[in-house]
Design a binder for this molecule. Structure first.
Ligand code: ZN
Ligand code: ZN
Length: 328
């Protein structure tokens, strides 16, 4: 099969002819049609996250069709369209798995990190961590739901049910979650890179009540603010724009160092928390909700062979919505 290999920190991905993945008894083999490009992939390429295997196939927003089922798999059908997210396997018996917190599993395996991902023509995935997708979405449109959507949704739920919600970094995750918040009747405040008028106009088209630069104070104090940008330097600012009892949720897997800040910013029962990974419950809930809203995903599609260019586009910013690889 054609695949793009991550071969080491800082190096471009390499196009290779790789053997077809083995399909274990509890796995399905999936012919990949689309795979989203996530900021986590950038963190891996930049050496900010170190995967345990190399070469590695990145990609954890995978849409494809099942072409083979392991002999223990009874739930899914061949040719069924499925999505494969970041959470690839859990141990099911650690102190977190047994409390419904499998996102924190001590022995989790992540797609495109411990396990090969979707920057390829085929991928093998645990059937129990593979999800049917609504017909409302095309393959490329469905891809961003699987990480930007799922992690964004978990971050949104952890932000609480306050009315005024800020979203910092108006990229793939924010453009999906803004639609859910608007659907729920909440006020969304969008913070973009300084001077990014295009992103601010895009946010307004999705129904946000205010859009501005990431260091501009909004006109009111917020109940919660979700940081989708991976800049730790934004945390003190974020705390300064939430009201007493408000929450600041860090929505990425990696964040640069958070500078020290005065205790007064946290005082008043403000909370600062991170979001780690997702649970299968999050996936089922969000994938059922998306077509009801209905969330519209905006995608820019690049061919699999242009994965390095797609990564550069994400790094440069300025893409509206999400970048997705066409792997057919
Ligand atoms: Zn991701
Ligand atoms: Zn576990």
């Amino acid at each position: 099969m054609r695949a793009m290999h991550f071969v080491g920190r800082g190096a471009p991905l390499v196009a290779v002819a790789a053997p077809l993945p083995d399909c274990a008894a509890d796995e399905v083999l999936v012919r990949v049609s689309a795979c989203g490009v996530c900021r986590t992939d950038l963190h891996i390429i930049d050496g900010e996250l170190t995967p345990p295997k190399q070469p590695l196939i990145l990609g954890h927003e995978i849409v494809g069709r099942i072409v083979q089922r392991g002999n223990q798999v009874a739930v899914l059908a061949e040719q069924q369209r499925v999505g494969i997210p970041w959470l690839g396997a859990t141990c099911e018996h650690c102190q977190f798995c047994t409390r419904g917190l499998e996102n924190l599993c001590d022995h989790a395996e992540f797609t495109g990190f411990h396990r090969d991902g979707g920057y390829a023509e085929y991928v093998a995935a645990k059937a129990a961590f593979t999800f049917p997708l609504s017909d409302r979405y095309s393959d490329t449109e469905a891809a961003p739901l699987l990480c930007a959507g799922l992690i964004g949704y978990r971050a949104m739920r952890c932000a609480g049910d306050g009315r005024r919600i800020g979203l910092v970094g108006f990229g793939a995750a924010a453009h999906l979650i803004a639609q859910v918040l608007v659907y729920e009747g909440r006020e969304v405040y969008a913070f973009t890179r300084p001077g990014d008028d295009r992103a601010q106009s895009f946010a307004r088209t999705l129904g946000v009540v205010w859009a501005g630069d990431s260091l501009t104070r909004p006109p009111v104090l917020l109940d919660a603010l979700i940081l989708f940008a991976s800049l730790g330097s934004l945390v003190p600012f974020a705390l300064s724009v939430v009201a007493k009892g408000g929450r600041v949720v860090c929505g990425g897997i990696h964040m640069s160092t958070i500078p020290s800040f005065d205790y007064s910013l946290l005082w008043g029962e403000r909370k600062l928390l991170s979001i780690a990974n997702l649970t299968r419950h999050d996936a089922l809930e969000f994938l059922a909700l998306a077509p009801r809203v209905p969330i519209k995903t905006q995608v820019e599609v690049q061919p699999l062979a242009a994965a390095n260019r797609a990564i550069d586009l994400l790094r440069q910013g300025g893409v509206q919505g999400a970048i997705v690889l066409d792997c057919r």
